[in-house]
Design a protein around this ligand. Structure first.
Ligand SMILES: Cc1cc2nc3c(=O)[nH]c(=O)nc-3n(C[C@H](O)[C@H](O)[C@H](O)COP(=O)(O)OP(=O)(O)OC[C@H]3O[C@@H](n4cnc5c(N)ncnc54)[C@H](O)[C@@H]3O)c2cc1C
Length: 377
């Protein structure tokens, strides 16, 4: 009988893993890929939606289009995971797996910190983006605070990218001189792994009069007085507050016993959990890499290589490299790139390539190759 591989979550990690298994092992394995949504949206497409470059339909890739041989997509909600029996229950079915891979990503908790759900907006969820897109045109003067509410959070450069894109958007509407933008970051620099990327962002901030407030998070909002309070007791007045929400594993992961201290611990060499034949990839794990699609993708690839080696025989594959190229939007249609490698050497390396139109084209190509590989179009 074919090996039954069940993958929970069809984001960057689950899609890459299922596509790789299909091209190497179709016929020898049966892959079931489960997601509650009907379509995938790249994290970075949220900026396209927010600033009106695309509409929702334009950024969706439908799972029904998946054509990879041996892969069956099921649109179902995972309601329970038993990692010992490798049994998964959804709102419609029950699945018994020989190999189970959890790729359910991170969810957001909008109930914290105090005042956020009443007084803030966010651009991390699609609903949040659509709400913010509707109010942005009425923002014509005053202070925008883009504030991180806690760590870890997806895509470390995203708060700074939002600031640079918002600056450009406000300039185009002729209201930039009447507005102020600040970014509250938990770190001393925008992208700690790359001093040159951080310098390029801070240079751009200085040029565009964007304030960077380092080493802080926003601990509460007073929506009536429109004040954001920082960890060190300082406060920042705002007219528009954009929070980077608190991230958590989905509730079904928490109740499964897979997570420890909030996230699923994995062997960093092959993404195995402590349960035999159960793996976890991407944002749902505490793997020592940032929460970002490119690392979820490289983790999916590493698990695929590991499973292919197990099924086909041969030597063990190279350990997971924790590598990925992160694109950073600088505005004016320019994009920079950090080639991060967290696990190959004794310490992370992250050379940076400055913002250019060529790298913006490369980012579009990055998205197209994934659409082709994962969805066949
Ligand atoms: C504004 C913004 C910009 C970003 N820009 C970048 C970028 O430029 N580059 C980059 O690499 N990353 C970027 N990211 C981060 C990136 O989107 C995530 O890190 C990435 O999607 C994580 O991949 P994943 O496979 O771990 O999880 P996800 O892609 O989140 O996939 C998890 C899947 O699990 C499904 N799921 C969850 N719970 C259930 C359930 N109970 N039942 C069934 N299905 C379920 C979800 O529907 C989802 O499809 C950005 C994120 C944001 C918010």
């Amino acid at each position: 009988m074919n090996e039954r591989i069940v993958i929970l979550g069809a984001g960057f990690g689950g899609l890459e893993l299922s596509a790789r298994l299909s091209s190497a092992l179709a016929g020898d394995v049966s892959v079931t890929l489960i997601d509650k949504n009907e379509a995938f949206v790249f994290g970075f497409s949220k900026f396209d939606l927010l600033f009106g470059r695309e509409n929702l339909e334009g950024v969706r890739s439908y799972y029904r289009d998946i054509v990879n041989p041996g892969v069956q997509f099921r649109q179902e909600i995972v309601t329970s995971i038993d990692p010992i029996a490798r049994r998964v229950v959804t709102n419609r079915n029950r699945y018994d797996a020989d190999v189970l891979v959890v790729a359910l990503g991170a969810e957001y908790d909008f109930s914290v910190p105090p005042g956020f759900s009443e007084g803030g907006y966010e651009f991390y969820s699609i609903d949040g983006v659509l709400r913010l897109r509707d109010v942005l045109p009425s923002f014509r003067s005053g202070a925008v605070v883009i504030g991180v509410l806690g760590e870890p959070f997806k895509c470390p450069p995203a708060p700074c990218e939002a600031a640079m894109l918002l600056d450009e958007w406000l300039v185009a509407r002729g209201v930039r001189s009447k507005t102020q933008i600040s970014v509250v970051s938990p770190w001393g620099t925008p992208v700690p792994v790359s001093s040159s990327a951080s310098k390029a962002i801070l240079d751009r901030f200085a040029e565009r009069n964007i304030a960077f407030v380092p080493d802080q998070v926003v601990t509460s909002l007073d929506p009536a007085r429109q004040i954001a309070f920082l960890r060190d007791g300082r406060s920042l007045p705002y007219d528009l507050f954009l929070g980077i929400p608190i991230h958590r594993v989905p509730a079904v992961v928490e109740t499964s016993g897979l997570s420890v201290d909030g996230w699923i611990p994995v062997d960093k060499a092959n993404l195995a959990t402590r349960f035999p034949h159960v793996y976890a990839v991407g944002d749902v794990t505490s793997a020592p890499v940032p929460k970002a699609g490119v690392f979820a993708e490289s983790a999916g690839r590493a698990v695929a290589e590991h499973l292919i080696a197990q099924l086909r025989g041969g030597g063990p594959p190279k350990p997971y490299d924790g590598a990925g190229s992160c694109y950073i939007e600088f505005g004016e249609h320019k994009v920079g790139r950090v080639d991060a490698d967290f696990l190959t050497g004794p310490s992370p390396t992250a050379p940076f390539y400055g913002p250019s139109l060529e790298t913006a084209e490369e980012k579009r190509e990055f998205a197209s190759t994934r659409r082709r590989r994962w969805f066949g179009h």
